[in-house]
Design a binder for this molecule. Structure first.
Ligand code: RIB
Ligand code: CA
Length: 323
């Protein structure tokens, strides 16, 4: 099987951790590296969480595989926006991974930090693999924007960038206008969207239909128990706020789109990012008008949710202690 070479840029974060679980359980992927970015949690915590999650997942796989290096990333958004850490903790828990680790599982020995920062790792992977590399961005686009500022040939030179972020026809989830990843660093999103890279934008229009009910994680062995702990705070939040017992698989859907694009129906549409300081800051303005010029960005407008959910749960069976 021809492997898809992938680097995942993420801000773990509960659904980022679920996306990493899907990535390590997918034989189609050659996960070359994970880069951490400030978003759901501060940058240092994102780096620590990514390393702990990769180490934990690696120890749970039925068939062990080489684990990717994890690189520390950007803490300062281009737009200098502050993040409401209290609001993030209400969804992802105080340390960003629900109740997965504190007191539940002693984190396995952490991999040695390979020394390279996220930007350097992304630039060197883009230069080495070019069109044969897929970048999956699951957090704010701060790292990718800095990569473009340092080497404008890097992003346009990779095969594809799959971005979890924004919305076309839906309201935001962090303000009425903006989705969280874009809202954290709108200027970075604008830099990446205008970089000339081949982008697939997996936004709330489809990720809000990728819902994992808590009952799917009931019973089972130690790994499924770990996933229950991981999603517990987020599921409680969804119950309180929406009367829905489960979690949205925003990031796992974006990762899945890198493996099987067929889960989504996309249209090439013009997308701009509102970077003013008003109430629409961070909004992705998608031109859906019939007369709109063809855009460069593939915007996901529809999803085969049953197939995606079946795919996700099927891949979780790759872990000892799932059943
Ligand atoms: O809006 C959802 C996105 O914001 C996801 O990537 C989630 O992890 C948060 O970062
Ligand atoms: Ca994320």
């Amino acid at each position: 099987m021809k492997k898809i070479r992938v680097v995942i840029d993420c801000d773990p974060g509960v659904d980022d951790a679920l996306a990493l679980a899907l990535a390590l359980a997918s034989p189609e992927l050659d996960l070359l590296a994970v880069t951490a970015v400030r978003g759901n949690v501060p940058a240092g915590r994102a780096f620590r969480n990514a390393r702990r999650v990769v180490a934990w997942l690696g120890a749970q796989l039925s068939h062990p595989r080489d684990l990717p290096p994890v690189h520390p990333g950007g803490s300062r958004p281009l737009g200098r926006d502050r993040i409401d850490w209290k609001a993030s903790a209400a969804i992802h828990g105080p340390d960003g991974l629900g109740r997965l680790f504190p007191g539940v599982l002693r984190p396995p020995r952490l991999e040695r930090n390979p020394g390279q920062g996220a930007e350097e790792a992304l630039i060197s992977l883009a230069r080495k693999w070019g069109r044969r590399l897929t970048v999956v961005a699951l957090g704010p686009l701060t790292n990718l924007a800095r990569v473009h500022q340092r080497d404008p040939s890097a992003l346009p030179g990779v095969g594809r960038i799959v971005v979890m972020g924004g919305a076309a026809r839906m309201p935001g989830n962090v303000t009425p206008a903006a989705e969280f990843n874009i809202h954290c660093d709108p200027e970075a999103a604008r830099v990446v969207f205008q970089s000339g890279a081949r982008i697939t934008l997996v936004g709330l229009d489809v990720t809000r239909r990728a819902f994992l009910p808590s009952r799917a994680l009931e019973r089972g062995g130690a790994f499924r128990k770990g996933l229950r702990d991981l999603v517990s705070v987020y599921a409680d939040f969804c119950k309180r706020r929406r009367g829905m017992d489960g979690v949205f698989l925003h990031d796992p859907l974006a990762l899945a789109a890198a493996i099987r694009p067929g889960f989504l129906r996309c249209e090439r549409l013009p997308v701009t990012v509102e970077c003013g300081r008003g109430p629409a800051r961070g909004m992705t303005v998608v031109d859906l008008r019939a007369e709109a010029p063809k855009g460069r960005i593939e915007v996901a407008l529809d999803l085969d949710e049953r197939s995606f959910l079946r795919f996700f749960l099927e891949r979780m069976r790759s872990y000892r202690g799932w059943s």
